[in-house]
Design a protein around this ligand. Structure first.
Ligand code: ACO
Length: 312
């Protein structure tokens, strides 16, 4: 029987036009550019307008990932999102409709900031079993509608945006390894609080310190495990594309791994934490060459975490 692999054929991203800088936030909040920049690496974030939706951002990112915008050969669409437009149906089906991807089936994955790595791992399995051949894996978020804009400890961290990759069946890898983990003992460390009726979607609450140290430990161990699975070493990595929650977290994981800092992609400065969208946005903005070894790793609420190792 033929052996199937999956590889990323193309990628795209889209962010809303409106940019809010740290200085602008300091006009309404007891915060300042220096605190946000030095503690997180964030300088600005893009924020959705009233006409934007998770589906509209995701659709535009997907169009940019599709060669000539043509979705007729796509047979599966997975949207990773923490902020779906509605509890039902899956926002992925709205994206399917917008794209005219009539041959596809579509669903959402909820693994918060790890959602893109989870969705990529699922897509890879479908391609490897021969059940799909062209899969759109999308991360799209409007986190700005889930934060309390009076809470400086959370609202400064997030932004809105979308990224997408087209994963295609190929004769060689492609994706070499994926691993996924969760530990529900961290459920209350980072969650949306639904007790305040003025927040229709709940508002993000977190124990920042606990999330910070857990993120470093989890990403380091899952990267090491995925590399070992393929007899690869840290020195083989060309690009480390980690979830962009905090630049200091990414720098620490790179330092713990012994990875030169220039191999760690940083986009958090311009976009902040767009949850499931940070990795595909970062992939779209990085000049990755065919043959490069790319490691994607993420950690988020749940706790959930995971890594994908791939040959570009
Ligand atoms: N501006 C100014 N001061 C602030 C701000 C702000 N925006 N936010 C908090 N502070 C203050 C606090 O009130 C505190 O003041 P105090 O000492 O008088 O009590 C002080 O700054 C230090 O606060 P800490 O929370 O201890 O600051 P820390 O260095 O831990 O940084 C941060 C906080 C940036 C949230 C960090 O813990 C972090 O990044 N954690 C990871 C959480 C995360 O990224 N969550 C996002 C989703 S999960 C994910 O994507 C992995």
């Amino acid at each position: 029987m033929a052996q199937f692999y999956s590889s990323i054929a193309s990628c795209g991203m889209f962010v809303p036009q409106r940019v809010i800088t740290n200085d602008e936030l300091s006009n309404t909040l007891d915060t300042n550019d220096e605190w946000i920049r030095t503690r997180t690496g964030i300088c600005a974030r893009h924020i959705a307008g009233p006409g934007d939706s998770v589906a509209s951002l995701g659709t535009e990112a997907a169009r940019r990932a599709l060669p000539s915008g043509d979705a007729s050969n796509v047979d599966m669409i997975i949207l990773a999102t923490t902020s779906p437009d509605h509890f039902m149906p899956a926002t992925a089906t709205q994206i399917q409709s917008n794209l005219g991807a009539t041959c596809a089936f579509a669903f959402d994955v909820q693994a918060v900031c790890s959602g893109f790595v989870y969705a990529l791992a699922i897509a890879d399995k479908f391609i490897k079993t021969g059940d799909a051949s062209e899969v759109l894996v999308i991360g799209s978020e409007i986190m700005s509608r889930m934060v309390d804009w009076n809470d400086r400890s959370t609202c400064v961290l997030f932004g809105d945006g979308a990224g997408a990759v087209l994963l295609r069946r190929s004769t060689s890898p492609g994706i070499l390894a994926t691993n996924l983990y969760s530990d529900g003992r961290g459920y209350n460390m980072l969650y949306s609080d639904n007790s305040d009726p003025t927040f229709a979607r709940g508002k993000v609450m977190m124990n920042g310190r606990a999330v910070y140290s857990m993120a470093i430990d989890c990403m380091e161990s899952s990267v090491r495990s995925a590399l070992t699975q393929n007899n690869l070493n840290v020195s083989d990595i060309d690009w480390f594309v980690a979830h962009q929650a905090n630049k200091r977290i990414i720098d620490s994981v790179a330092a713990h791994l012994g990875l030169p800092s220039e191999k760690a992609v940083i986009t958090i400065d311009s976009f902040a934490n767009t949850s499931a969208a940070t990795i595909p946005i970062s992939l779209s903005l990085t000049n990755i060459k065919r043959g490069d070894l790319v490691v994607l790793s993420s950690m988020g609420a749940g706790f959930t975490w995971g890594t994908a190792v791939l040959r570009w």
